[in-house]
Write a protein that binds this ligand. Structure first.
Ligand SMILES: [Zn+2]
Length: 171
């Protein structure tokens, strides 16, 4: 008999914004020391409802900028996603999807696995990069490994062998 899998509420998996390593934290913890780099990390969501000016705004959770909120920081980083309905200015990095609402105003580079922008949003300047969270600040990933051939067997039919995948495009 194997142990039952841990329930999803038992812990939460986060990615450290200093060293990009992944670890589990208690679900209600608000900040913790990263077990990989020993630096303190913020875990809870950051909600910006009015003006917020700081040098760095970073969390392992999400960043939510309300319609009347304004965030100006040299580094804006949220590992689980960013939602901007108001104003955001700075180098924005997200480990999750970025949503830019119809009345939003954004100035600065945005790096995220996906960016959704509503019509009406204003981008004053910036360079957008779509990149997976596992590749943030870690350089290029290795090319994907071709999967092994798959052998399918049906009851009374001969086995079907799917040939190994070969890259079509030459580098
Ligand atoms: Zn760390």
């Amino acid at each position: 008999m194997s142990n039952p899998p841990p329930s999803p509420a038992a812990s939460r998996t986060v990615r450290c914004y200093h060293c990009r390593e992944v670890f589990d934290v208690p679900p209600k913890a608000m900040s913790i020391s990263c077990p990989w780099c020993y630096k303190r990390v913020t875990l809870d969501d950051i909600v910006v409802k009015d003006t917020c000016m700081q040098s760095r705004v970073q969390t392992c959770g999400r960043l939510l900028v309300h319609r009347k909120g304004s965030i100006v920081a040299s580094i804006i980083e949220a590992m689980q996603g960013i939602e901007i309905l108001g104003h955001a200015e700075g180098a924005i990095t997200s480990g999750g999807p970025v949503l830019i609402g119809p009345k939003a105003r954004v100035k600065g580079d945005v790096t995220a696995p996906s960016i959704w922008m509503e019509p009406g949003a204003v981008i004053e300047s910036g360079y957008f990069k779509i990149i997976g969270p596992d590749r943030l600040a870690k350089g290029p990933s290795r090319p994907p490994e071709p999967p092994a051939p798959i052998v399918c067997t049906a009851n009374d039919r001969p086995p079907v062998v799917v040939p190994a995948w070969k890259p079509v495009l030459r580098r």
